[in-house]
Structures are given as C-alpha cells and as structure tokens.
Design a protein around this ligand. Structure first.
Ligand SMILES: [Zn+2]
Length: 372
C-alpha cells in the first residue's frame, strides 16, 4: 500500500510537484465535510462586509486572505474562531446565505466535485435577526441553483444549551420531512460541532436517536480535540460518520483495537478526515505524521475533506495533491472517493452517479481503486 511509503523529499517544499497537482485536479471529488461559514470566497466576504457596513480587518482580498492565514497558523483556537464571528456577521441576510451556498457548490464543481454535502449551524444567525427557518431555506435555495448534486447538514453547537441543540435538531427534521423534488437540495443530515472536550455527545443520546429515527443521516465531530474513545462513543450514539476521528489512531495499538475496528466495519462507519485543518488546529503535527496513514493501513473507511476552505486557504484539489505528496497514490484517493460516495447521505441515485464518475475516470486514467 502506497500510504505506507515514506514521504518524498519534496514534502518540505511549499507546493506539491506539478504532475501531482495535475492528477489531483483531474480526480473527481466527493466532498462530505465543509462548513459554509468557513469556506466562502474572500471577494464575497469583502463585498458582504462592505454591503452591511461592517468593518473588515483588511481592505483588499490578498490582505484579508493573509489575515485568515495568520489566524489559522496562530496555534490558538480563540484566534481561529475570530474568523467565524466575522463570516457569520457578513452572511447574516437571506440573500448573502443563498449567495454563499450557491458559490460554495459552484466552486466545488469547478474543482471536479461530483457530489457534495455542506454544513452550517443555522441558529448562529438568529442573534443577527435571521430565524433558523429563513437561514435554512436560503441556503437550500442557493445549493439548488447549482447543477452540482448536493445536500445540507444542519449543525448544532455543543456548547449551546440543550434547548438550542433541540431546536437545531427540530429544524433539521422539519426540512428533511419536506417532499423531495428533483434537482432541489435537501437537508440530509445532522451534526454536533464546536468544542468537544467538556461537551460530551452522550448528553444528547435521546435527541440523536430521534434524529436517526426521523431518517436523517448522523455525523458527529469526534476524536479531533478529544480522545479516540469519543469516536467509539459517537458510534454507540448512532453516528454513521465521524467528523475527523483522527484520535482513533491512538487506539490502534491498544488492547481491544480489533474489537473496535470490527464495530466500525460492522456498522459501516466512515471517517471524514480533514488533514490540513488538523494541522491548523494542532490535531496533527504534519501531513507526513498525520494519523490518516495509520487509519488507512488499518482498513478504516475514510476520505479527505477541506473543513474550512477560507480559514485554511485550501481547495479540494490542493488537499488531494497534499495527500499524493504525503505518499498516497491516485488509486488510494480513488478508493477514498468511492468510500465517500457510499457513505454520503444523499439518495442512492446521486451516490451511484458519483461512484460511476469515479469509475469512468479511473478507466480513462488506467487506474484501479486500491483493494481494501
Ligand atoms: Zn468540521
């Protein structure tokens, strides 16, 4: 398996070699983990701040991108989160929410994405005067304007009150229950985001069971800032997918690792890994040392995602190129895409179209997905 090979000498240079970048760009992508309030275009953010009469921390696009870059590398979660306060304030009109969702889908499509799920906590806009229902409707309208097959995951923030978390779940269920229409994006899942340590998902066991019973997909941020056991706990709570889950790698050499891996396989749990984001929040030291290598070797179903494209100054092709440079092969990334398509919360037909696109591309490139 190529992931086991040592990183190349180029690993220290700022950009992956051009041939890897070209392969990464051609690869069809399946995007499962991207926050809409962490992924908007710099130009759009600047325009929205000006339109709302809000102060921008920098006056032009390059300087504003650099401002986010500095927050991402500050090694402080507090600094990192300052960026979100800015984007949420800028996005707090129905028109802005629709625009940001549309542009996110179009940008993903331009990166070769064939299926996407975007996420956001709609209740973050209520202090700015936008009711949750209005926010979700505007976001779905924006996603539906793009030709990219996509869906929305409603997040609740772990540090909010039980009442607020319950309201976010109700909102997700209410929109999910609306009749399906061809070419229209829907709410497909629910997620607990925000600070992990000290805010256990177990507190919300009954609510999460209700979410699953209502037909929503369940993904939980776990094992990013807290221990690997939290990943197993999230699975016990019904999560089909885990946001990050990288600390699970700490358990691979511990007693009971085989049982844990067997549970993940039996329940077809998929990890949405965001390697560069993990470097920025301190969850991993480098891509060469990132736990994705060990998890992949252990046979865990996983794929790679961007998390917050604005904050990390990243796109999906760049992240694919980073992984190719870190020792993964095109066949590995192909397999990750197929596993992501299988784990998507979108309807079967959309998942099949995405998987077919990956297989057609593999055939054209003379690649075979890595056997697992
Ligand atoms: Zn995330």
């Amino acid at each position: 398996m190529s992931a086991a090979t040592a990183p190349t000498a180029a690993a220290g240079s700022p950009n992956p070699p051009a041939d890897l970048q070209r392969l990464a760009r051609r690869l069809p992508k399946v995007l499962l983990h991207e926050h809409l309030d962490g992924g908007l275009r710099v130009a759009t953010l600047l325009a929205l701040l000006r339109a709302r009469g809000l102060a921008a921390p920098a006056e032009d696009e390059e300087a504003l991108a650099a401002w986010f870059d500095a927050r991402a590398h500050a090694g402080s979660l507090e600094e990192y989160l300052r960026g979100f306060a800015l984007t949420v304030a800028a996005m707090a009109t129905p028109e802005a929410l629709e625009r940001v969702a549309f542009e996110a889908a179009e940008d993903a499509r331009a990166e070769g994405c064939v299926l996407a799920e975007f996420r956001i906590a709609p209740l973050l806009f209520e202090p700015h005067g936008i009711p949750g229902e209005v926010a979700v409707a505007a976001l779905l309208a924006g996603l539906s304007r793009s030709a990219l097959p996509s869906g929305l995951i409603v997040c609740a923030m772990r540090h909010e009150s039980d009442t607020q978390i319950g309201r976010a779940a109700d909102l997700a269920l209410q929109f999910h229950a609306q009749p399906e229409q061809a070419g229209t994006a829907r709410v497909v899942g629910f997620d607990l985001a925000g600070p992990e340590a000290g805010w256990p998902a177990t507190r919300h066991a009954a609510l999460l069971a209700r979410v699953r019973a209502g037909g929503l997909g369940l993904t939980l941020h776990a094992g990013e800032a807290d221990a690997g056991e939290q990943v197993l706990e999230a699975v016990r709570l019904g999560a089909q997918r885990i946001g990050h889950g990288v600390r699970l790698a700490d358990l691979l050499d511990a007693p009971g690792a085989n049982q844990a891996l067997a549970v993940l396989r039996r329940q077809q749990v998929h990890l949405e890994i965001c390697p560069t984001s993990n470097l920025h929040t301190g969850a991993a030291a480098s891509l060469a040392l990132h736990p994705i290598h060990a998890l992949w070797r252990a046979g865990v179903s996983l794929s790679f995602h961007t998390d917050n494209q604005l904050m990390s100054r990243l796109d999906h092709s760049a992240e694919a190129a980073n992984l190719l440079r870190a020792g993964f092969s095109g066949s590995d990334l192909l397999r990750m895409g197929l596993e992501a398509a299988e784990a998507s919360f979108l309807p079967e037909a959309a998942r099949q179209v995405a998987a077919d696109a990956l297989q057609v591309w593999a055939h054209q490139e003379g690649l075979t997905p890595t056997r697992r």
